[in-house]
Design a protein around this ligand. Structure first.
Ligand code: KIV
Ligand code: NA
Length: 285
């Protein structure tokens, strides 16, 4: 099998094949995800919560991301490996370049992901022109937890929705090769995906985007959020799905997730924020 590249992600989008993405942090799960047909594997800074047990992602370091990338990268023969740049590791151009160099050269990642809107455009461009592919993460941005206080759905009012649409344009123009939208109304996700020149992956961003991503421990129903009863709306328990299909094992759960992303069965209405969108951002195509 041919390794997934950025070109292949673009082709998948062009032919209308949904991109199935999942976080991963170690070798055992890397092998399973790769065999199960996950297209894109993310070393998410969610590891600060699901592996380290922190309440936020902000304590995660570049060393942590490099360490887990090194655990995962050698075991992927097909999936495309993306690594998060953790909190403040891209606060300046130089730091962003150093962090990217480490996660790519030491960790084996093929793309970095960073949070933020148009204010990150200069960093995205700086990395991009130096051969660092970038995924820009918009909408709910977990690294802003201490600034925001609490998290909720983003882009609900007209001004916020317009701003996000503009951010997406600016970031793609700056060289972002992928966009990720977290926790936004389905209509806004659809509108951004319709206008974006690059593939758009969603988490809680509805079904009318080019692919989906979830946290591995959430779909296996073992993350602290799930155990403590704070499961986000967009999470689906694929261990239950696998059990219902008579194959109650982890690889079957991951396969069920991939199958449902590809078929469009996930995200169902109960996993989406199908809230009324401001008229100006509506996209009824
Ligand atoms: O850190 C992470 O796992 C992420 C995804 C949930 C998008 O950023
Ligand atoms: Na993240």
């Amino acid at each position: 099998t041919k390794p997934v590249s950025i070109a292949e992600l673009r082709d998948m989008r062009a032919r209308g094949e949904k991109i199935a993405c999942l976080t991963c942090y170690d070798a055992s799960f890397a092998l399973i995800e790769d065999r199960a047909g996950v297209d894109l594997v993310l070393i998410g800074d969610s590891l600060g919560m699901v592996l380290h047990g922190g309440r936020t992602t902000t304590p995660v370091t570049v060393d942590d991301i490099v360490y887990h990338s090194r655990c995962v990268a050698p075991h992927l023969s097909r999936a495309f490996l993306v690594a998060d740049l953790p909190f403040l590791s891209y606060a300046t151009l130089e730091r962003a370049l150093d962090a990217s160099q480490r996660v790519m050269q030491e960790g084996g990642a093929k793309m970095v992901k960073l949070e933020g809107g148009r204010e990150q455009a200069s960093i995205v461009e700086y990395l991009s022109v130096r051969g660092v592919p970038v995924c820009a993460h918009l909408g709910l941005q977990p690294q802003f937890v201490h600034k925001m206080g609490a998290f909720r759905i983003q882009g609900r009012d007209e001004a916020a929705a317009e701003a996000m649409l503009h951010d997406a344009r600016v970031l793609a123009e700056a060289g972002a090769d992928l966009l990720l939208l977290e926790c936004i109304p389905t209509e806004l996700g659809a509108r951004i995906a319709a206008e974006s020149p690059v593939p758009v992956i969603g988490i809680g961003a509805g079904h009318r985007v080019d692919g989906q991503i979830l946290v591995l421990h959430d779909i296996l129903h073992v993350s602290p959020m799930v155990t403590l009863g704070r499961t986000p709306r967009f999470v689906k328990n694929y261990m239950t799905c696998a059990a219902e299909q008579g194959t109650p094992d982890i690889e079957s759960a991951v396969r069920a997730y991939v199958r449902e992303v590809k078929s469009g069965a996930y995200p169902a209405p109960e996993h989406r924020f199908d809230v009324p969108a401001p008229a100006a951002i509506r996209n009824d195509k």
